[in-house]
Design a protein. Sequence first.
Length: 201
Amino acid sequence: MDPETNIMETLTYENCPIFKTNNLINFPYKIAGTTFTNSNELNSAIKSMVWFTYRSGFPVLQPENMKNKTDNSCNNSNFENYMSSYTSDSGWGCAVRVGQMLLAKTYLRLLEPKNDDNRRKELISRFLDNADPSSPFSFHNFVLTYAKSDQNYKIGTWLGPNNVCHCIKKLINTVPENINLPKINTFVCMDSTIVIPELPK
């Protein structure tokens, strides 16, 4: 499967009811700081967003020390009482997908006005669902990054928003030098509280 197909399969609006009706109410809506007062503007804005959602059939997701094993046994705590590997995040990957969308939107804002189609596709390729270094923000890398930090975590278990934010902080600091992306300073707030003196300078 070529990268272009992977990219298009990662983007989907089919399960979102907002795209199936023109009878939206409760205007105005505000998205990413912009206010929308009618359905056409709102739909156009949402469709322009990078959209990551549940997927199936992606490359096998498993810890590094499980690769090359030929049997189905698993003594690793990451998979205890769970499947030995995953090829879908359906039902447990939602917070990671939201984190991916948040990060992609941040980069797109920083890349403006260079936000052309080729640059956009190049950015989205950094989120392709695999564990390759060329896709540092893939679903796989999010999950494996968190698994390394918590030996009790079982892959296939939902990650909370705070977990995902810490993964973002780690991943943006490990982007390979050959990937040209704007530098981002990340600060993860605890208990939904922003402590201004603790913010990065």
